[in-house]
Ligand binder design. Sequence first.
Ligand code: SIN
Length: 293
Amino acid sequence: MTYQHITVKPLAGAIGAEILGIDLSKDIASEAMDEIRRAFLENLVVVFRDQDLTPDSQKAFSRHFGSSHINDFFPTVDGHPDVQLVAKNPEDTRNVGDVWHTDVSYVRKPPLGSMLYALEVPDAGGDTMFASMYNAYETLSDGMKELLEPLNAVHSATQSFGVRATGPEMRAKNKSMAFKYSEDAEQIAVHPVVRVHPETCRKALYVNRSFTKHLEGMTVEESAPLLNYLYDHMARPENTCRVRWEKGTLTFWDNRCAHHYALNDYQGQRRVMHRVTVLDDRRDNTTLTENAA
Ligand code: SIN
């Protein structure tokens, strides 16, 4: 199906597209909004260039997709508890997100997607890579698909936001971020390894290096060989695209079927983003397990 109200320019074979011809700070006609939704579901990651957004206008656009998530760990923009600050200053050596992951998989109702808006970017570097978990699933052998189908995995924020991760040693590496420790870091959520996307009904792998601890009913050590195989398989270049940021770029990705990786390949420069994480309001997916059938 073609588009009448927007222009969609793919970034790679498997995932990602730029959407041209839309000013996100203005009201968007419902026909164009329908096409943006379709482009999002078809491409998993959509990129809008040259936008001029305040936290309020970013949130207004995000509400076309769902309400926003309040993150327990990230610093937020003053007056906007639902707009997270993702920043790295010249003196910082650590960035946020340089491990393949999907956002907030450690809660029982993981979010629909994330919208990241670039306020300040380095001269070069600081790109974000994305990988299609549909492709990752579909390119497994039938034997592996059968093996994974009944499995669940346990997710938790401990490794990324637990006591160690939010302590003084990590803070020293990125003073701009200062993740807050919350007891929620110790909570766990169980999700199927193969998740059925609630809107497209396509199957996608749903385990990630940041937040998946182990397979349900197995130890961390027992789970590691299979999970590590999947993590390597997911990150194959054919499953990916790469977004080069410019000031004013907004990228919106589908956390239900895409992973991302923020490259920490720039030092001594500032990169500042505002992130709104969009909840999956449409359905009660308290237990994602029901999707796995
Ligand atoms: C994130 O992991 O949400 C941050 C991604 C980025 O800064 O590119």
